[in-house]
Ligand binder design. Structure first.
Ligand code: XLS
Ligand code: NI
Ligand code: NI
Length: 449
């Protein structure tokens, strides 16, 4: 393997086992290991995101970049720098050995002086990406268009008060959808960017809702026109960058799609840190999506419980991930989706190799959580008690109510005659919490592989 940019990583990252002392090895993740009859790699479908890892240099609002990303130097010639960025990204993906990656059009292509130039840049870099995909075997989990960085999008893209901005966004999405198709992408993501408002004083909610619905119809129409076979995904987020984002959470998007006849066209891309910003647990958001047939893909990361913004840290808690993974397995697993690391290094993690440590830790946490989730399914730790709790709904009374054979009057008669006289039943929360913990603790053995 060539030395390249990440010269401390001379070998592809391999499974070293749970007792390995080599930080550059996986402790749990074994792509080939069968879990419930399916390879670990095929369960998790892990992707590396290009924006946080290669298109951001560690800058924040208080200080300049701290990460060593020479291709981001503003003095660099844009196209050679973009080529170097892509080469380094694929060196990383190849050494890490994960099957997917994700990017925004602007993560790879220099803006240029016009839309036409931007499109040419993106096409040229797409050609390069095709070559790297062939060499590394890694492919696109999803593509997306950046509709939030450029000042034209300060008031939103589809929900902008100016229809010319809507048109510009449409042009960008059309092209990026086609690029995604060329790269064999299995999904296309729309994250709301600046679709929301900073103040209601200058915002027409009715118009902006109608504009957004129209935009989503146009995207779905184009998808069918070009025969793109991937899934269209919308990514919920309640706030940031705007004070209020329209795609607030899974339930809000689901309702919006149903109201606008779009529920068969879109699924959800759920991000852990966005769930917590919305005041939900990540578990809740995933469970809602699965329960309503809306699960598409996941942006894996975590927030910080002590502050309320999108810190996009790498996931490191098996406890936090096991139950979302349980819901995903219960729902039959991913089809086109997977786990994209929408996560970034801390600003002080300034060694090149830190990017490997971050991803290895995240991948192992997902793998470990998968083992717990599979045990929860196999032991029926939660599904057994759940079936028992709702058993009445499978009995004659539950069926009669749900099938419409009862009315308020017939039910009143049964209650008044004493035929129906319900008794409170324990929800057994603490017992279930302990049962989940017991599975987490006992799968330590299983994690040895
Ligand atoms: C920002 C979003 C973004 C999307 C892709 O908060 O998570 O990174 O995943 O546009
Ligand atoms: Ni995201
Ligand atoms: Ni985010």
């Amino acid at each position: 393997m060539e030395e390249g940019f990440f010269s401390e990583v001379t070998e592809p990252i391999r499974f070293g086992g749970i007792d390995s002392t080599d930080p550059l090895s996986f402790k749990v993740y074994q792509p080939e290991r069968l879990v419930m009859g399916k390879r670990m790699e095929d369960h998790l479908r892990i992707g590396v995101c290009l924006w946080h890892s290669f298109a951001w240099d560690g800058r924040d609002m208080f200080g300049v970049g701290t990460l060593d990303r020479p291709w981001l130097d503003p003095a660099a010639d844009p196209m050679p720098a973009a080529r170097q960025k892509m080469a380094v990204a694929f060196e990383f993906i190849e050494k890490l050995g994960t099957p997917y990656y994700c990017f925004h059009d602007r993560d790879v292509a220099p803006e240029g002086g016009s839309f036409a130039e931007f499109r040419d840049n993106l096409d040229a870099l797409t050609d390069e990406a095709l070559g790297y995909q062939e060499r590394t075997g890694s492919t696109l989990l999803w593509g997306t268009a950046n509709l939030f960085t450029h000042p034209r999008y300060q008031g939103g893209a589809a929900t902008n008060p100016d229809p010319e901005v809507f048109a510009y966004a449409a042009a960008q999405v059309k092209h990026m959808l086609e690029v995604t198709q060329r790269l064999g992408g299995t999904n296309y993501v729309l994250w709301g960017g600046r679709e929301g408002y900073d103040t209601l004083l200058n915002t027409d909610l009715r118009r902006e809702g109608a504009q957004l619905a129209r935009f989503l119809h146009l995207v779905a129409e184009h998808k069918h026109r070009i025969g793109f076979e991937g899934t269209l995904l919308i990514e919920p987020k309640p706030m940031e960058p705007t004070k209020h984002q329209y795609d607030f959470d899974s339930a809000t998007i689901h309702g919006f799609l149903v109201r606008n006849g779009l529920e068969d066209e879109y699924r959800l891309n759920i991000e852990a840190n966005h769930a917590t910003l919305a005041g939900h647990s990540f578990h809740h958001e995933v469970a809602y999506a699965v329960a309503n047939g809306m699960l598409g893909s996941i942006d894996a990361n975590r927030g910080d419980p002590q502050n309320g913004w999108d810190t996009d840290q790498f996931p490191n808690s098996v406890e936090d991930l096991a139950l979302p993974l349980y819901e995903i397995l219960k729902g039959g697993g991913f089809t086109t989706g997977g786990f994209n690391f929408d996560a970034k290094l801390r600003r002080q993690s300034s060694n090149r190799t830190d990017l490997f440590h971050a991803h290895i830790g995240g991948v192992d946490t997902l793998a470990r959580a998968l083992l717990v989730a599979a045990e929860l399914i196999e032991r029926r730790t939660l599904s057994g008690p759940l079936a028992e709790r709702y058993a009445g709904w499978d009995g004659p009374l539950g069926a009669a109510i749900l099938e419409g054979h009862e009315t308020l009057a017939t039910l009143e008669a049964k209650v008044a005659s004493g035929e129906i006289d319900p008794k409170p039943v324990s929800g057994r929360q603490e017992q279930l919490e302990s049962a989940v913990n017991q599975v987490i603790w006992t799968t330590d053995q299983a994690a040895r592989g």
